[in-house]
Design a protein around this ligand. Structure first.
Ligand SMILES: [Zn+2]
Length: 248
């Protein structure tokens, strides 16, 4: 049977860049050869190493790729390079919303860079929900953090972790995705299913993190307190899977 689009079910499939070529402007030319590093846990660690910005997956149709997915790219194009470089930026709620949607799309595409048997962290219903809603929903909360980026190759330029996915104490399915590109860390937590009148409690703001979904106020970038790279894995600790929910 022909493979169909993970979002709309259409075919044929087209190649989609996991990280868009236009992001080239965010990186120094010397950074471009750097490889990225992706790790998925649960069924075992799996590293995926690929040239920066060249990695493609073939899981979406032409209409999705050049239509609404491209719109998501356009929504972050004006400010994402500054976030990645650690430059000055002010994110208003609309931009936080755009960043959340783009990051979620990127995490969904990243999952397909793994072998099929390892594509387990994000369930198919999340692809369907994203296609319908085009953004994070009430099962999700998102936050950003600022990570200093050393001028050498000691840490991966792009680092995507799905650390902790599985069942919570209440048998809800949960995953947490942590995407680091340069100085920018975006984290999305998903928990569910939940009753119709409930939503995931938003991440609390901390000295080093700001919640972008749901967004409440403008955020100045870079954040004043960077997170050291050594804390990357602690940031995505599975303990967080037993997150609280609240009524809408
Ligand atoms: Zn499609």
């Amino acid at each position: 049977m022909a493979r169909t689009c993970v979002f709309c079910g259409d075919s044929p499939l087209t190649n989609e860049h996991v990280l868009p070529q236009w992001l080239k402007s965010a990186f120094e030319p010397s950074m471009l050869p750097r490889v990225r590093f992706v790790k998925v846990t649960d069924t075992g660690a799996r590293d995926h190493i690929a040239p920066l910005l060249n990695d493609q997956v073939k899981v979406v149709c032409a209409n999705c790729n050049s239509g609404w997915m491209n719109d998501l790219e356009e929504g972050v194009r004006a400010f994402l390079p500054a976030l990645i470089r650690g430059g000055l930026a002010i994110l208003d709620p609309e931009e936080q919303h755009a960043l959340t949607a783009w990051s979620l799309k990127t995490m969904l595409m990243y999952q397909h860079t793994h072998r099929r048997a390892d594509q387990v962290a994000i369930p198919p219903e999340d692809f369907k929900a994203f296609y319908e809603e085009r953004t994070a929903n009430r099962l999700m909360t998102a936050r950003i953090a600022f990570m200093l980026y050393p001028p050498d190759d000691s840490i991966p330029l792009v680092d995507t972790l799905y650390q902790g996915h599985g069942e919570t104490d209440d048998s809800e399915r949960a995953w947490i995705g942590t995407l680091k590109i340069g100085c920018l860390v975006v984290q999305i937590l998903r928990l569910g299913p939940l009753d119709d009148d409930r939503r995931v409690l938003p991440f609390p703001n901390t000295a080093s993190t700001r919640t972008i979904s749901p967004s409440t106020r403008r955020i100045g970038w870079p954040l004043r307190h960077p997170i050291p790279y050594e804390h990357m894995r602690r940031l995505a600790h599975p303990e967080i899977l037993n997150w609280q929910t609240t009524t809408l």
